[in-house]
Ligand binder design. Structure first.
Ligand code: NAD
Ligand code: MG
Length: 406
């Protein structure tokens, strides 16, 4: 056991009220001598954020807008809580880059998390990256900024954290690891692994959000059900481990116990195993290169008894095919893929489109887009906006079409 010397690390938890945010706070609670909460942020669940601030008494809290910030600040004054409440994208960037912050958990969902994750990187922080969309949208710029600013990037996504653990300990971020033949990215296959296309057409948001192995936010749960999540993760792996898309192979492993594998040229295949609980990769990344307890139960191999592996079906799960194609096209294509997916998932959750229309919308927006290279965050955001507007146009054409048929 290692001794903790000096004062606790100051941690900003971006997306504190979400699934990853609450697992992170659970790990922090177990190690008060190592970690202290510096800032907590939330978008809509203000009461949940308030309760967390009463417990952790962070220096800063960040909410969506100035009016919410004023109300929360008044509540804190009454309750004698020392937290200063900030708001908006500027507030998020401020607590990500603050000179007194040691580590930033980037756990905001979707493109909304990009700017603050980048702010942590350019401030040279230790960044615990859960927000995969940031790498999908701006992988080249993100990895370049990590190197230029001496940031330390640690993957939280369980598969990427597993791959990181299976690579040599002197492995340098974003450089191709020596001797690696393939990365094997495992996927649970989601709740509809065995469903027919006709069954997929009738899937409801509640069914799509009920993941068999993991408890997660709504957007990533739908992404897991369409297998877009694995597609986004393939792109994420390419940036983190300097791999080409064809070096990353997706394998369905329904038990979600092997979190991913690395296949070396000498025939060795290394895997990382564990119960499906995000506190393991979170604790690993927070303490790296040391190890700390996470609260996760030990793996019981005899109770597990068997592990299965199946190749994915790219026809039924067209989102995975689209993501592989976007990874191969490169440049702006993954930005369009991600933006169209965010619009499609939100429309599905609002019951505006069927589950099987998610890949249809994405494919149409992608095929109308000419992939080109992007040189700045401004260009990334411009492509993202154009793709969202194309996706929204598709949605309004669709509802007019339904209207005509009624
Ligand atoms: P979630 O929906 O449970 O939580 C999202 C958090 O982001 C909330 O705190 C919310 O307040 C905040 N947020 C949402 N929209 C925002 C906006 N516009 N501006 C500022 N904050 C906003 O999501 P989650 O499941 O915790 O996932 C978070 C990220 O981590 C995602 O990118 C996801 O892909 C990734 N991830 C999650 C898991 C998991 O097990 N949940 C695993 C791997 C990766
Ligand atoms: Mg994952």
């Amino acid at each position: 056991m290692s001794q903790v010397i000096g004062s606790p690390q100051q941690v900003s938890v971006l997306g504190a009220t979400g699934s990853i945010g609450s697992s992170t706070l659970d790990v922090i609670r177990q190690h008060p001598e190592r970690y202290q909460v510096f800032a907590l942020t939330a978008h809509s669940r203000i009461q949940a954020l308030k309760d967390l601030c009463l417990e952790h008494r962070p220096r800063f809290a960040v909410v969506a807008d100035a009016a919410q910030a004023q109300r929360l600040q008044a509540d804190f004054r009454t309750a004698d809580v020392p937290t200063v409440v900030l708001s908006g994208a500027q507030g998020l960037c401020e607590v990500a880059a603050h000179p007194d912050v040691d580590a930033v958990m980037a756990a905001i969902v979707g493109a909304a998390g990009l700017e603050s994750a980048m702010a942590a990187v350019t401030a040279g922080k230790k960044i615990l990256l859960a927000n995969k969309e940031a790498l999908v949208m701006s992988g080249a710029l993100f990895m370049r900024a990590v190197h230029e600013h001496g940031a330390q990037l640690l993957p939280i996504d369980s598969e990427h954290n597993a791959i990181f653990q299976c690579l040599p300990c002197n492995y340098a971020q974003g450089l191709a690891p020596i001797g690696v033949r393939r990365i094997l990215l495992t996927a649970s296959g989601g709740p509809f692994r065995n469903s027919t296309y006709q069954e997929l057409e009738r899937v409801t948001p509640a069914q799509a959000c009920a993941h068999p192995n993991w408890s997660m936010g709504q957007k990533i749960s739908v992404d897991s059900a369409t297998m877009m999540n694995k597609g986004l993760e393939l792109i994420e792996a390419c940036w983190l481990f300097a791999a080409r898309p064809e070096q990353v192979e997706v394998v369905i492993h329904p038990q979600s116990v092997i979190h991913s594998l690395v296949d070396y040229v000498d025939g060795s295949v290394l895997a990382q195993l564990g119960n499906p609980d995000m506190r393991t990769p979170i604790a690993h990344a927070m303490a790296w290169p040391e190890r700390i307890a996470s609260g996760v139960a030990p793996l019981d191999l005899c109770a597990l008894a068997r592990m299965d592996f199946i190749a994915p079906d790219l026809q039924r799960f067209a989102c995975l095919r689209l993501a592989i194609e976007a990874a191969q096209a490169g440049g702006s294509a993954p930005i369009v893929l991600n933006a169209a997916n965010e619009i499609a998932v939100a429309a599905f959750l609002q019951e505006r489109i069927a589950f099987t229309q998610i890949p249809q919308l994405i494919e149409e927006v992608l095929s109308a887009h000419q992939a080109n290279s992007v040189q700045s965050l401004g260009e990334v955001m411009a492509v993202d906006e154009q793709a969202r507007s194309a996706a929204n146009q598709w949605l309004s054409r669709q509802s007019k079409h339904i209207g005509l048929n009624q």
